[in-house]
Design a binder for this molecule. Structure first.
Ligand SMILES: Nc1ncnc2c1ncn2[C@@H]1O[C@H](COP(=O)(O)OP(=O)(O)OP(=O)(O)O)[C@@H](O)[C@H]1O
Ligand SMILES: [Mg+2]
Length: 499
C-alpha cells in the first residue's frame, strides 16, 4: 500500500513537533526515518498509526484520504505500530497477548490462534512459547510477538519506532531478516532510528527530520556525512579520546560474588580510581547488571567485599551507598529513574536534599530553569517527564544527579540518544571525572565502550575477563570476547593486583 503524508502539522502547546511534513512511501519498501532527539519522528508515526490526530494535513492510502480516530482505525486500514517505549504488559500469557485486538464476536477458538501463532513464528524463525508469561520475555521477544500479532491482524504497513534499542545483536539480525522478508512480500516498513549504520544496511530510502521539518531524503548508496549534516545541520564528530589523570582509589571490589536465580558471577577483583571510567561489555544478561547493582547497594553480594573510599560497604543498604556519594542510573528511565506524571520542577524538588519541611517553590523553579538551560533540555519546568522526547529524558536524569559524587554507575548512558546528545552526555560525564568522580557503565555499543573507557571488563555467561586497556583494544577483539572466544585463555575471573 502506498502512503502519502501531506502537509502534516502537529503542535504540543508552543512546540511545533511536526511542521508541514509531506512524504510519500511506496509499498514494498523499507523507508527509514532519521532525526535527532526531539525531531518529531515518534509524533509523525503516532499520527500515521492513529494514536495522535494531526492539527492539519492529510494521510492518503493508495490515493484515498484516510481519517484515523484511533489505533483500531489504523489497524483496520492495515497500519500497525511497534512503539518506542513498549507499553506496560499485564501478567498475561503469550497466546492471550497475541489474541489481543482481534475483533470480538468472531468466536475465535484458542486452538486456531495457537496454530496461527506457531506457524507465523516458524516462518520468521522466532521461538515463542504460547504458554509463557509475557513478562518473562526479553524486549526482543516481546517485539517478535508484537510483529506477529500485527501481521495476524492484517497489518500491511508496519512502523518500527527505534526497535533496536535494547535488543541483542542476534535479535537485531533476526529482526532485520524479518523486515527484509516482509518488504519482499510487498509490505511497507517504516523504520525509525537515529543510527546511520542501520539506515545503511537496511533501508531502501530515508527521510530526515530536523526540528519538526522534513529536511531531505536520500537513497543508497548513502553518503553518511551528508546524512549527519542533514540531521544536525552541521558536521559532528566524537573527537579525540579525553584523557584525565587518575587520582586515588574510590571503589575496591575484592573477590566479589553476586548471584540470582539465573546467573552467578564470582571472583571479581577490581580497583577503580578517581576520574577513571570502566566500561562493562557483554551480551545483555551476562552479569554486567549484577556487578553494577551490587556496587550500588541494590543487591547484596553472596561473597567478597565492596569498599568505597576506604570504608567497607559490603551488605550495606542502597541509602548508605547514596550517602557515600554513589549514584545509580538505571536503563529504564521511566520505570526507575523518573516518575511519570511529575513535572521537571517536581523532580528537582524531590531530588533536593531535605533541609526543612517546606519546599521553597520559587527556589525550586529557579533551580529547574537553570538546569534546563545548562543541560539544554527541550522542555519547561511544568512539562511532565513523559512528554519529553527520549533524549531529553536522559538529559533530565543527568541534570538531577547531585554534584560531587564519588562513583556513578550507569546502564546504557546513551541508549536512545542521537550522536550529538551522546557526545554531550559524555562531555558532561568526563567533566565529572575531572572533579574526581569514577564511572562504571555498561553498554551494548562497542564503539562507545572503547572510546570513553579507560579500562574494560568483558562479561560472558557470568564470567568476567581481566581488565583490558581500552587504548590498545580493537572492536574486533572486543567482539570476539563478547561472543566467548578467547575466554579460555583468560583466568576464571578477573584478578588484578592493586596498583
Ligand atoms: N505528549 C506530548 N506533550 C508535549 N510535548 C510533546 C509530546 N509528545 C512529544 N512532544 C514534544 O514534541 C517534540 C517531538 O517529540 P518526538 O517524541 O516526536 O521526537 P523524536 O524525534 O521521536 O525524538 P527521540 O529520538 O528522542 O525519540 C519534542 O519536543 C517533544 O518534547
Ligand atoms: Mg521518538
Amino acid at each position: 500500500m502506498k502512503i502519502e503524508l501531506r502537509n502534516i502539522h502537529k503542535f504540543f502547546g508552543p512546540v511545533h513537533a511536526n511542521n508541514n511534513i509531506t512524504l510519500s512511501i511506496p509499498s514494498g519498501s523499507i523507508q527509514g526515518l532519521l532525526g535527532e532527539n526531539g525531531a518529531g519522528k515518534s509524533t509523525l508515526m503516532k499520527i500515521l498509526s492513529g494514536y495522535l490526530r494531526p492539527d492539519r494535513g492529510e494521510i492518503l492510502l493508495d490515493g484515498k484520504p484516510l481519517v484515523l480516530n484511533s489505533p483500531a482505525d489504523a489497524i483496520r486500514a492495515g497500519i500497525g505500530m511497534l512503539h518506542q517505549d513498549p507499553l506496560d504488559f499485564p501478567p498475561m500469557k503469550v497466546l492471550d497477548n497475541f489474541m489481543m485486538g482481534y475483533p470480538r464476536g468472531l468466536g475465535l477458538p484458542k486452538r486456531e490462534a495457537r496454530e496461527a501463532l506457531l506457524s507465523l513464528a516458524e516462518q520468521f524463525g522466532f521461538s515463542l512459547d504460547p504458554d509463557a508469561y509475557v513478562d518473562t520475555l526479553t524486549i526482543g521477544e516481546r517485539q517478535q510477538l508484537e510483529i506477529l500479532r500485527l501481521l495476524w491482524l492484517g497489518a500491511k504497513i508496519l512502523i518500527f519506532d527505534e526497535p533496536t534499542t535494547g535488543i541483542s545483536a542476534q535479535q537485531k539480525e533476526k529482526l532485520f531478516a524479518a523486515l527484509r522478508r516482509l518488504a519482499s512480500e510487498g509490505k511497507t516498513i517504516i523504520f525509525v532510528t537515529h543510527k546511520l549504520e542501520e539506515v545503511e544496511v537496511l533501508c531502501d530510502r530515508v527521510a530526515v527530520l530536523r526540528a519538526g521539518k522534513l529536511v531531505g531524503e536520500a537513497y543508497p548508496p548513502y553518503n553518511l556525512d551528508d546524512l549527519v549534516r542533514m540531521m544536525f545541520g552541521k558536521v559532528i564528530s566524537k573527537g579525540k579520546r579525553i584523557e584525565i589523570p587518575l587520582g586515588k582509589p574510590v571503589l575496591q571490589v575484592k573477590d566479589l560474588a553476586v548471584e540470582d536465580y539465573r546467573l552467578r558471577i564470582e571472583g571479581v577483583n577490581l580497583e577503580v580510581r578517581e576520574g577513571e571510567v570502566i566500561g562493562l561489555a557483554g551480551m545483555e544478561g551476562s552479569g554486567q547488571r549484577h556487578l553494577l547493582r551490587a556496587c550500588a547497594g541494590l543487591i547484596r553480594p553472596v561473597g567478597g567485599e565492596i569498599w568505597v573510599d576506604g570504608e567497607n560497604m559490603t551488605g550495606k543498604t542502597y541509602h548508605s551507598f547514596l550517602r557515600k556519594g554513589v549514584a545509580y542510573l538505571p536503563a529504564d528511565r521511566m520505570k526507575e529513574g523518573l516518575v511519570p506524571g511529575l513535572t521537571l520542577s517536581e523532580h528537582f524538588a524531590l531530588a533536593q536534599e531535605q533541609t526543612g519541611f517546606v519546599i521553597d517553590r520559587a527556589a525550586v523553579l529557579k533551580r529547574t530553569e537553570e538546569h534546563i538551560k545548562r543541560f539544554n533540555i527541550r522542555g519547561r519546568p511544568d512539562s511532565t517527564v513523559e512528554s519529553l522526547s527520549g533524549g531529553n529524558q536522559q538529559r533530565a536524569l543527568l541534570a538531577l544527579l547531585r554534584p560531587n559524587l564519588r562513583l556513578i554507575l550507569m546502564e546504557h548512558p546513551t541508549r536512545g540518544l542521537d550522536m550529538e546528545s551522546a557526545i554531550w552526555v559524555w562531555n558532561t560525564l568526563k567533566e565529572r571525572c575531572r572533579q574526581r568522580t569514577a564511572i562504571f557503565f555498561m553498554s551494548s555499543d562497542l564503539e562507545e565502550i572503547l572510546h570513553y573507557s579507560d579500562r574494560i571488563l568483558v562479561f560472558f555467561g557470568g564470567r568476567v575477563s581481566e581488565p583490558l586497556d581500552a587504548r590498545t583494544t580493537t572492536v574486533e577483539q572486543l567482539g570476539q570476547l563478547i561472543g566467548g572466544r578467547g575466554f579460555e585463555s583468560q583466568p576464571e575471573a578477573a584478578r588484578e593486583v592493586a596498583k
